[in-house]
Design a protein around this ligand. Structure first.
Ligand code: GLN
Length: 452
């Protein structure tokens, strides 16, 4: 804990943490030492973690990267973080993120962008660590914490993991409780770990996961020993390679790394099956209807009365709401509220929202069919390596394209993971994604171990 706190101090320029909690960290570490001295201790005893600032932590500021939660100290603990503390983990602080987890580069945070500890060979411009869990990915890559919590609504665990050479796991929807996680899009949000290697991710997910009476979507199923799945042989696993996971202008190196991943799995005794997922092209448009719709509804609660920030000057109640929301939300959040309100409004609901939900169901069906023939699906995690801060901020659609390979898993509720697969010509990390059947994270971990 001391060593990580010192690293955090030295790496302030990365802007990975919004809040560091050194007193709490030392207190928790001491309690861990005491338990260990008595021969007690959980699976994460004394392990110092960073927590994405979307998880409510009792008494410690929780901002969701937004001004509108300025000053908010939750009176309760999220179920996922409570599970981690139950197993002995130590909290170092709260990690920076895109505002309300909306973004792919960590540039929408009210607290400023996070800098990727990786740089291009010979280059000196600051790169994005991905988003929205950019604080989590940068902190793990820069050794500012042993591992971190993150959340993934459309790729926010897997894309930042890919861009920083770390491992990111988004479990099946329902595997982790969402209770106490600030909501973005409730039917898509899932928590998961970002860690240095596959084994750490397996150990951490096991602690995070589990049924929870406080979240009716957290599924009542036993949580398997994911670490044990790493030792299983991948021999005989059928790996689907979907030809649609390509975009125009995708660097050749991504194809090369993908082909290399196929070879690794083939060498490990897997059977490679070419598959087709033709509805993939609709995933991004469907996501950017469903996610903003749910967000516009979830964000209605920030009105200057219940939480954090309130505008200083206003005339009456209505203008207090208006001023608070105008000053409290950033541009990307406002864009999502506008899109979401529009697609849900009378006259447009059928044409956009309802239609999107129907396509979403068909995307799910397409995966079910594919998983009748294969056990895992292998794709690139992202269509590019880390890009420069500022490079895509002027064009939201360019930014949204980052999620083209990751949003499908959220729409279908499937587990997905990104594993570091190598470096590109500029010396930047690239990840490969594995998707699995719902609640079959174990097979996914077996495949991840074979790729690592
Ligand atoms: N980048 C996507 C978005 O902006 C996904 C974010 C996420 O997974 N939280 O919505």
């Amino acid at each position: 804990t001391q060593a990580y706190l010192a690293n955090i101090e030295k790496a302030k320029a990365l802007n990975a943490f919004i809040t560091v909690t050194p007193d709490k960290a030392r207190e928790m570490a001491k309690a861990s030492d005491a338990r260990l001295a008595k021969g007690e201790g959980g699976p994460l005893e004394g392990v110092p973690l960073g927590i994405k600032d979307l998880f409510c932590t009792e008494g410690a500021p929780t901002t969701a990267g937004s001004r509108i939660l300025d000053g908010f100290r939750p009176p309760y603990e999220s179920s996922v973080t409570a599970n981690l503390w139950r197993d002995g983990a130590v909290m170092l602080g709260k990690l920076n993120m895109d505002e309300f987890a909306m973004g792919s580069s960590n540039e929408t945070s009210y607290y400023g962008p996070v800098v990727n500890p990786w740089r291009k060979k010979g280059g000196n411009s600051d790169l994005t660590p991905g988003g929205s869990s950019g604080g989590s990915s940068a902190a793990v890559a820069a050794r500012l914490c042993a591992a971190a919590t993150a959340t993934d609504t459309g790729g926010s665990i897997r894309q930042p993991a890919s861009l920083t050479g770390t491992v990111g796991v988004k479990p099946t929807y329902g595997r982790c409780s969402r209770w106490g996680i600030v909501a973005f899009a409730s039917s898509l949000d899932q928590a998961g770990p970002i860690a240095r290697d596959v084994r750490d991710a397996a150990i951490m997910l096991r602690s995070m996961a589990g049924c929870d009476p406080k979240d009716s979507t957290a599924v009542d199923r036993p949580v398997p020993d994911y670490e044990a799945a790493l030792a299983r042989s991948p021999k005989g696993l059928r790996i689907g390679v979907p030809k649609e996971y390509r975009v125009e202008g995708m660097p050749e190196e991504i194809e090369r790394i993908w082909a290399q991943g196929v070879d690794w799995l083939k060498d490990a005794g897997c059977e490679i099956v070419e598959i087709s997922l033709p509805l993939t092209k609709y995933a991004l448009p469907v996501y950017y209807i469903v996610a903003p719709a749910e967000a516009s509804s979830n964000l209605a609660r920030y009105d200057g009365v219940r939480y954090g920030f309130r505008a200083k000057e206003y005339k009456d109640l209505l203008s207090m709401y208006e001023e608070t929301r105008a000053q409290g939300f950033g541009d990307e959040v406002k864009r999502r509220i506008l899109i979401g309100t529009y697609v849900l409004s009378a006259g447009y609901y059928d044409a956009y929202y309802l239609r999107a939900q129907k396509v979403r169901k068909r995307i799910f069906d397409e995966f079910v069919e594919a998983f009748g023939r294969v056990d895992l699906i292998l794709t690139p995690s992202t269509p590019s390596a880390a890009f420069a801060l500022g490079e895509k901020t002027a064009d939201p659609v360019q930014m949204y394209l980052n999620d083209v390979f990751t949003v499908t898993a959220n729409l279908a509720g499937l587990p997905g993971a990104s594993v570091p697969a190598g470096l590109d010509r500029d010396g930047l990390p690239l990840g490969l994604q594995l998707l699995a059947r719902p609640f079959d994270e174990e097979t996914m971990f077996t495949g991840m171990a074979a790729l690592e």
